[in-house]
Design a protein around this ligand. Structure first.
Ligand code: DCP
Ligand code: CA
Ligand code: CA
Length: 631
């Protein structure tokens, strides 16, 4: 091990910081003892090591494990006529998610096709049916959610000290900075104390890093992809930085957990490891499947420059289109000559983040989401709209079965969990919607009958069951949800009380004309709650952009990053937006109810609250906000 006595000549290393490009001048920042010893690890920390870990062909892998099928056999997961997951052996036949199941079968006659599980009325558990029908069945992703939770638990247990943010059903960001820091100090103990002769004390730069080997740590993205192998090796030796050391330790840790998950659960995962979330995500798909790729700081410029910027998350939508149109360009490199001032003049102050992303800078944090889901939504887009009031019961039973299973799953983890309210929402298209909400009384056991009865009661109050009366709207979407899920508090009424109550509250919605006192912060919280959930209720096939403006609070609600992502199809975005819409409405309803006296005992027509002092901005957003809203 190196000793501190080496330090005499070490300070010369300081001058080595070598920017390969004026646009990328922070590739080898000076790292001091203060950085290393700081307890507050900020996103500006020069030794950050972040990974994005994504399961390979996730739903297909889940089905392959469930059925005990050989992983070399081509397998796809079907949802109605579309494919939602294609394993890697099937991809070799040119099959992709864009194919219909019958076209895929033509490409590979021995293809194993598994239809995703569905709920059928009257069944407590989803099942795998021979011929599920979208007119009567509802897709269930419960099995994938459970497998996803197992993977997440293995991340948590296998990576103590790391911050883990579940980003979608099959991926998570992992911030390795803290555990890497500990390992650095353990492995290079001479870093633990500032040498007496350090010229600037704790602000002195660290001594030059030791040589490291990348062997067995994954695929290292080359600094100059066009250089020949020998040149690349030479570069590797000459350009090792402490950031590389940090990334290599993170890669070691990541590799171990991926191997453990594979050995225990059978899933293969791919990871990207880099200095920030944006680059980690981009690097994760460098070599799939079952691989991890490492993007050293010096490799950032040549990796980013040829990348079509519209492939980058956030830039896949309108903003990307506007940039491409404005400057007639395609790649990140093409946009580098645009000055920050120019960009801000055209796209607003906030476009500094685009400017920075193009230079490989992203300071967003890896944040663990609250373990507790505060709401649960089961919803269905109806291929055939409900045309008679009596048709409601069927869907309520189907949705109730899903909520039962999910609430029971959650209660296995935390037995005291109970929702405050149950909400029924119906919608016609995008603008006409109605919801009705009631407190959900406590009962020791959760059954589908119990939930369906509560749902029926809401339906009865909202629509009725009299087929001779016309429906108020053509119902194309039905949602049943629980809100305010928390550990049970005393004082909740029991179930009998619920059914004796005179009437639950009624709130009607007319397009976007409603107003309320909900603050944008509250709405933001609602998005955070729903964001993690949206991915779980996907059902390809509806229509919309990637955001909507809430008519009540003026807040623009955008889809979470992983949905806006280029790899997610448009149909999924549309569906996800429908879920976000309903969930956001539910949030407002819950808020209204929480502010009303005498919970749940009378019918209340919604009245706008008096105007608040602090006005919610409703005007059309300008600058970059025209294209997106940062979350
Ligand atoms: N999914 C879906 N519909 C989509 C996209 C995804 O239902 N349009 C579901 C099925 C996928 C899972 O989400 O298995 C994860 O999505 P990914 O985009 O990560 O794709 P895969 O995991 O299937 O493949 P890859 O190995 O490319 O990550
Ligand atoms: Ca995946
Ligand atoms: Ca994914």
């Amino acid at each position: 091990m190196d000793s501190p006595s080496r330090s005499n000549s070490l300070w010369k290393g300081k001058g080595k910081a070598k920017a390969t490009d004026v646009d990328f001048e922070d590739l080898n920042p000076i790292i001091t003892y203060r950085h290393l010893h700081s307890h507050n690890l900020s996103p500006r920390d020069p030794l950050r090591a972040i990974a994005l870990c994504d399961s390979d062909a996730f739903y297909a892998a889940c089905e392959q494990m469930r059925l005990g099928v050989d992983p070399a056999i081509p397998l796809v997961v079907r949802q109605w006529d579309s494919l939602i997951a294609v394993n890697y052996p099937a991809r070799k036949f040119g099959i992709s998610r864009m194919d219909r199941w019958d076209d895929a079968l033509k490409k590979c006659p021995e293809l194993k096709i598994v239809h995703v599980a569905t709920y059928k009325e009257g069944d407590a558990e989803p099942g795998y049916w021979e011929k599920p029908d979208t007119r009567t069945h509802k897709v269930s992703l419960d099995y994938y959610r459970r497998e996803s939770a197992k993977i997440y638990t293995m991340f948590k247990e296998g990576l103590p000290g790391a911050e883990i943010e579940k980003a979608s059903i099959d991926e998570a960001f992992i911030d390795f900075t803290r555990p890497v820091r500990e390992k650095l100090l353990e492995r290079y103990p001479y870093l633990a104390t500032v040498p007496d002769d350090a010229p600037e004390g704790i602000d002195s730069p660290l001594p030059p890093p030791p040589p490291i080997s990348w062997d067995g740590l994954g695929v290292v993205v080359p600094i100059h992809p066009t250089a020949d192998e020998e040149e690349q090796l030479l570069e590797d030796d000459n350009l090792t930085t402490w950031s590389d050391v940090a990334l290599s330790i993170a890669a070691e840790m990541m590799g171990k957990v991926r191997a453990d998950i594979h050995a225990t659960l059978g899933y293969t995962l791919s990871a990207g490891i880099a200095r920030n979330k944006f680059l980690a995500k981009l690097t994760a798909s460098y070599r799939k499947p079952n691989n991890q790729s490492i993007l050293r700081n010096y490799a950032i410029p040549d990796y980013l420059k040829p990348m079509p910027f519209q492939k980058i998350r956030f830039l896949g939508g309108k903003l990307g289109e506007a940039l491409a149109r404005e400057y007639d360009v395609k790649t990140c490199g093409d946009l580098l000559p645009i000055s920050l001032e120019e960009m801000q003049r055209k796209f607003g102050e906030d476009s500094i983040w685009v400017y920075e992303i193009l230079r490989g800078i992203d300071r967003s944090e890896v944040k663990e989401k609250s373990a507790l889901t505060k709401s649960m939504l089961a919803s269905k887009n109806l291929a055939e709209p409900v045309t008679k009031p009596s048709e409601g019961s069927h869907w309520i039973r189907v949705l109730a079965a899903e909520l039962t299973l999910r609430l029971n799953d959650a209660r296995e983890q935390s037995p005291g969990l109970w929702p405050k309210s149950i909400v029924l929402s119906i919608r016609q298209g995008w603008h006409l919607g109605r919801s009705k909400q009631a407190p959900f009384p406590f009962s020791r056991t959760v059954t589908a009958d119990l939930i369906a009865a509560a749902g029926d009661k809401l339906w009865k109050e909202l629509i009725g069951f009299d087929d001779s009366k016309p429906l108020p709207i053509k119902i194309t979407h039905v949602g049943l949800s629980f809100t305010g899920i928390a550990s049970t508090e005393s004082g909740q009424r029991n179930i009998e009380g619920f059914f004796k109550a005179p009437d639950s509250m009624k709130i009607e919605e007319r397009g976007t004309k409603r107003k309320s006192s909900a603050t944008t912060e509250e709405c933001a919280e609602s998005t955070a709650i729903t964001a993690s959930r949206i991915v779980k209720d996907l059902d390809p096939g509806a229509s919309s952009p990637t955001y909507f403006d809430c008519g009540r609070c003026g807040k623009r609600m955008s889809l979470p990053d992983d949905i806006c992502d280029a790899e997610v199809g448009d149909d999924i975005k549309k569906q996800a937006l429908a879920v976000l819409h309903t969930a956001h409405e539910d949030f407002h309803l819950a808020l209204d109810l929480s502010r009303m006296p005498e919970e749940g005992t009378k019918t209340v027509k919604f009245r706008p609250d008096p105007p608040k002092k602090k006005k919610v901005r409703r005007s059309e957003p300008g600058g970059i906000a025209r294209f997106l809203v940062k979350k």
